[in-house]
Design a protein around this ligand. Structure first.
Ligand code: ADP
Length: 431
């Protein structure tokens, strides 16, 4: 159509074509779909064109790669990678000006430096070894930002492009450039938004954690200042009580710092496990021994059947799961009481439960309980310092082992945390 150089008719067709193409380019499609749709449309409105491609500069590989093609075999064309300055694409990109090449020697000269690998891909994707008869190419750029080149080609001698097609193809390339620019800006904007959000979350998290860590720290400072008051004569028992409280708060801080560290380790390492045959009852007893030293108000009982199977687990991490859950059972039973750790066997896995008689959790708070940094508001009334990381860390560890973790609780009556671990295949041994 555009090869016909007769005034109004040509103008009308170009106008219609541009309207249609701009409509496609402003539709809410993904960039790839948009470029595919536009390429299809361009080749139908620029009639002499048999094939066409949008070649975009890929910064990371330092090559022009086809972003959308028409008439070529796309799968084969995907192998094409043109270096800076290579072939028509490279030259038009460097010059920043649309080009028309319609003499065989002009086409041959512009394509002479095309590497043999690309030449072979080009021939295979067109199923012909002939060079194109006529090439029309325009740079795709917006201001200083250069994105690539729009190339249209005729393959036989019947119809050819003319000089008067140059402004039109340049306008098409400019429209494509605007669509690409818009997409890149959106991606950049998303990246900035994500970075801001991450920054904001980090700042918020720091504020929460510093606040939580200040609670035991203030208590330690208070008791030690009291002990040093010269004007007060403390009894031996009172002194011992303050020292015990200081020790307890130090333990609390240690637990919190360990949870923060575990949580960041899990995020960075994405939890690598060193599995080995593991006796869960033994780990439970070790952890209970550690914990029982720190509390007299709670009685902690371990109850496993004698034929409890061995599991394949990372002992270090599983111990941490027991610690986090047991720590909660103690901290959220301020009145003390019985804590029971049980083991049960099912056909494919084992289930461990840790039950306490503490403050319990209401049904609506049970849903987000394994989310990072979640803390039940009413629980904080008991002034229990915490990070909201103990349970999420436990969940990450259990799920990495192929198990599940869940919790059942009744407000005011107590909670039971359960976790399952797959049985080791072919291993069965008594404790
Ligand atoms: P943290 O204890 O450091 O706040 P966790 O992730 O271990 O963080 O627990 C999240 C919240 O779940 C706690 O703040 C607490 O409100 C609630 N919770 C956990 N375990 C228990 C329990 N055994 N009894 C009552 N509430 C619990």
């Amino acid at each position: 159509m555009l090869s016909k150089d007769n005034g109004y008719e040509r103008f009308g067709k170009e106008y219609l074509a541009l309207t249609e193409i701009s409509k496609t380019l402003t539709s809410p499609l993904e960039l790839q779909e948009l470029l595919d749709a536009v390429m299809k449309k361009i080749v139908t409105v620029v009639e002499p064109a048999d094939v066409g491609s949008i070649m975009l500069w890929d910064q990371s590989s330092g090559l022009f790669r086809p972003a959308a093609v028409f008439g070529f075999d796309l799968e084969i064309m995907k192998e094409m990678g043109l270096r800076a300055g290579e072939s028509v694409t490279g030259k038009v990109f460097d010059e920043g000006q649309a080009r028309l090449l319609c003499k065989p020697e002009e086409v041959a000269e512009a394509m002479a430096d095309m590497r043999s690998f690309n030449r072979e891909v080009f021939a295979r994707s067109l199923r012909t070894s002939f060079l194109p008869r006529c090439v029309l190419a325009a740079p795709i750029s917006v201001g200083e930002k250069k994105y690539g080149v729009l190339v249209l080609e005729t393959l036989n001698g019947k119809a050819a492009f003319t000089e008067s097609d140059l402004p039109f193809i340049q306008t098409l390339a400019d429209l494509i450039a605007l669509a690409i620019d818009r997409d890149y800006l959106e991606v950049q904007l998303d990246t900035v938004r994500d970075a801001r959000r991450t920054e904001f979350l980090r700042a918020e998290l720091m504020a929460i954690l510093s606040h939580e860590l200040r609670i035991p720290l203030s208590a330690i400072k208070g008791y030690s200042t009291a002990l040093q008051l010269e004007e007060v004569e403390w009894s031996k028992e009172k002194e011992q009580e303050f020292l015990n409280l200081i020790e307890e708060e130090c333990d609390n801080m240690q637990v919190m710092l360990k949870e923060i560290l575990d949580s960041s380790l899990i995020e960075v390492e994405q939890l690598t496990l060193e599995r080995q045959p593991t006796r869960l009852p033994r780990i439970a007893r070790d952890v209970v021994q550690e914990a029982q030293r720190r509390t007299e108000k709670h009685r902690i009982v371990v109850d496993f059947p004698s034929d409890f199977p061995i599991v394949e687990a990372d002992q270090r991490w599983i111990k941490q799961v027991f610690r986090n859950i047991l720590e909660n059972a103690i901290r959220y039973s301020p009145e003390g009481g019985l804590i029971v750790i049980r083991g049960a066997t099912r056909s494919a896995d084992v289930v461990i439960s840790l039950a306490d008689q503490g403050i319990g959790i209401s049904p609506e708070d049970l849903i987000p309980i394994f989310e990072k940094y979640f803390r039940v508001r009413s629980a904080t009334d008991y002034h229990v310092a915490g990070t909201g990381l103990g349970l999420p860390v436990a969940r990450a560890i259990i799920e990495a082992h192929g198990g599940r973790i869940w919790i059942e609780s009744k407000l005011g009556e107590g909670s039971t945390v359960f976790f399952s671990l797959p049985k080791a295949k072919g291993v069965s041994e008594n404790e």
